[in-house]
Design a protein around this ligand. Structure first.
Ligand code: GLA
Length: 343
């Protein structure tokens, strides 16, 4: 129940994807984990206006309800909140959102592949009164992100944030949206390092990649299960390479989850490096800075493997290391999913 005047605190984590990139929107496998950094909204519900201030970005987001068009909202981070408000208003089984006045705080690096936007969406959904299951919240937030940015993203980021499990990564089959928690072994240290490159061109390049994958799937069927031999017969070399990435990446996700179950971190690290090469060569979403960083990390004692994480085109690298190793980044832990308290 969204009581007018109620104080609400919603927190939603960011995520790091251990392996399985550019597979979610093709119905493939991913293995993200929610992290201890995230977005928190502290606000009071009531009235017919959303007014949120950010502790990180200038400007106040002011939206009159019902929100009409998320795409023109200024400052631009307000588009994610606006997209969520539109989705909630359209949901049959949820009360239309009340207004919300308060603050947004975040300790996630912005625009770096750790899902700062998905965590804002999920926190906003809970603050605005989304009482659905984590999967329902994630689906609404995915649509909100698509509407706000025009990027045809998959469901991984929003689902990892909404459904995170303390101590576990999440093996998600994006075709069935089934989640299997995979415990992270106690002696696995997971680090996230920023390449120093803000992500660029993500919008159009991401949509292009997805369209190329869809061209392949129209010929060979769903890419996660298409026979590799069939993919190798595709005429267009670009389409073939994109499809090969999706197909082989799904196998790597499965093998990585098995390796984590056995606490075989050496194999897990090798799979991360193979994933990076596939994202670099077949999917072409890496940059020379990301490649250098991965190579440098893999040469260090105690590092099992590293790869770019998220959409690519800059942003962050994730590394798997022995516990004693210190790297120049954030050591992340698998955290619980989003929470909300209403008083
Ligand atoms: C972005 C999208 C996700 C996913 C990744 C790449 O983070 O939001 O849905 O496609 O890129 O794996």
């Amino acid at each position: 129940m969204s009581a007018s005047g109620a104080r609400v605190r919603a927190h939603a984590p960011g995520r790091v994807n251990l392996i399985g990139d550019h597979t979610d929107y093709m119905g493939g496998l991913v293995l993200p984990m929610a992290v201890q950094m995230g977005t928190t909204i502290d606000a009071v519900r009531g009235g017919a206006r959303i007014e949120l201030r950010s502790d990180r970005v200038d400007g106040v987001v002011g939206l009159d309800l019902p929100v009409q068009d998320p795409t023109t909202v200024q400052p631009a981070w307000g588009r994610y909140v606006a997209g969520v408000a539109v989705e909630l208003a359209a949901a049959d089984d949820i009360e239309a959102p009340l207004g919300l006045v308060g603050t947004v705080s975040s300790d996630l690096p912005l625009g770096s592949g750790l899902s700062s936007s998905a965590s804002l969406e999920v926190a906003a959904a809970l603050a605005l009164g989304d009482t659905g299951s984590p999967l329902e919240v994630a689906r609404r937030c995915q649509r909100a992100e698509q509407a706000a940015t025009g990027v045809p993203c998959g469901i991984m980021d929003q689902l990892a944030s909404a459904a995170g499990v303390e101590g576990s990564a999440l093996l998600i089959d994006c075709a069935t949206e089934r989640i299997t928690p995979v415990p992270v072994p106690a002696d696995a240290a997971i680090w996230v390092l920023h390449s120093g490159q803000e992500r660029e061109l993500v919008g159009s390049a991401y949509a292009d990649r997805r369209a190329e994958c869809e061209r392949a799937a129209a010929i060979v069927g769903p890419l996660p299960s298409a026979p590799l031999a069939r993919i190798e017969q595709l005429d267009d070399p670009t389409v073939r390479a994109r499809a090969r990435h999706v197909r082989t990446e799904c196998d790597r996700v499965r093998a990585f989850a098995d390796a984590l179950h056995r606490a075989d971190l050496r194999t897990a690290g090798e799979l991360m490096v193979a994933s990076h090469m596939s994202l670099r060569d077949d999917f072409e979403v890496s940059t020379s800075r990301l490649d250098e960083l991965v190579e440098d990390l893999c040469g260090r004692p105690g590092v099992y493997g590293a790869r770019l994480t998220g959409a690519g085109f800059g942003g962050c690298v994730v590394a798997l290391a022995e516990p004693g190793v210190e790297l120049d980044g954030w050591r992340v832990h698998a955290s619980a999913g989003a929470t909300v308290t209403v008083q």
